[in-house]
Design a protein around this ligand. Structure first.
Ligand code: APR
Length: 229
């Protein structure tokens, strides 16, 4: 089976009612990203950071995968699909996709502030000050905050370099190193981009733009891939 590498961002979860980051009304309009998604913010106001992620976990529990997620999961019948997502929600998993790499962490997981290897699936939506790991250290969201390393970026680059085709869905490609992954797509592999808005496409490569939202764009992508392969 041909390998289809899918790079997704918050836009693929938009139709599930989860806000994107940089569009009008996006999450970063309401919060100062450095207050709620950075180690400095955690040190300055832990309660605010805990509240920010608790609110997003609660929202996620009321959200469901949308037809864009489902169509991607169905593509596994035809292709070896590898999803590399900047999203921290679990909607790709809940839609049935099998190979998912979370570059920026996972909202449903928490980790020890004393030992980063201690990662736990959070039971429910609330993480509180005083919740500790088995070694007694405070637990924090298992999220890659601004200014922190992206541990899985090398794995993501290796996967992307093996693509027979690549599709970018629902990301403004504004944040590195995730945005730089497109440069690892082999020269002979086609790149598709699904986004309803007119966003800047990677300059150095030919990109087949599908100017649609994910739920409409992924079925169109499937037809294009079947014509190509
Ligand atoms: N279908 C597909 N794309 C959509 C849809 C939709 N229904 N609705 C919006 N989009 C597109 C927007 O046009 C935009 O290009 O999704 C993109 C969302 O871009 P951003 O809000 O910048 O989100 P993202 O690219 O995922 O942000 C990357 O930045 O803040 C950090 O860690 C955070 O992972 C996040 C990273």
């Amino acid at each position: 089976m041909k390998k289809l590498v899918v790079l997704t961002g918050s836009g693929i979860s938009a139709e599930s009612g989860i806000r994107t980051f940089r569009e009008m009304g996006g999450l970063w309009e309401e919060y100062d990203v450095h207050e709620v998604a950075s180690p400095q913010g955690w040190e300055r106001d832990r309660e605010l950071v805990l509240r920010f992620y608790n609110e997003r976990r609660k929202q996620l529990m009321d959200a469901s995968p949308n037809p864009g997620h489902t169509a991607l999961a169905e593509l596994e019948e035809l292709f070896d699909v590898e999803i590399i997502t900047q999203n921290v929600d679990n909607l790709h998993e809940r839609a049935g996709s099998s190979n998912i790499l979370h570059l920026h962490g996972e909202l449903t997981k928490v980790r020890s502030t004393g030992d980063p290897n201690l990662v736990y699936e959070l039971d429910g939506w609330e993480l509180k000050d005083g919740d500790t790991c088995e070694k007694g250290h405070q637990l924090r969201p298992h999220i890659v905050w601004f200014g922190e390393a992206v541990p899985l970026i090398e794995d993501a680059a290796r996967i992307t370099s093996q693509a027979d085709a690549c599709v970018v869905i629902g990301t403004s490609l504004a944040v590195y190193p995730a945005a730089g992954l497109v440069s690892y797509v082999p020269a002979d592999a086609p790149i598709y981009l699904i986004d309803p808005n007119d966003i800047p496409v990677p300059q150095h490569r030919e990109v087949d733009v599908i100017r649609e939202k994910a739920s409409v764009g992924v079925p169109i992508l499937k037809e294009k891939l079947l014509e190509r392969f």
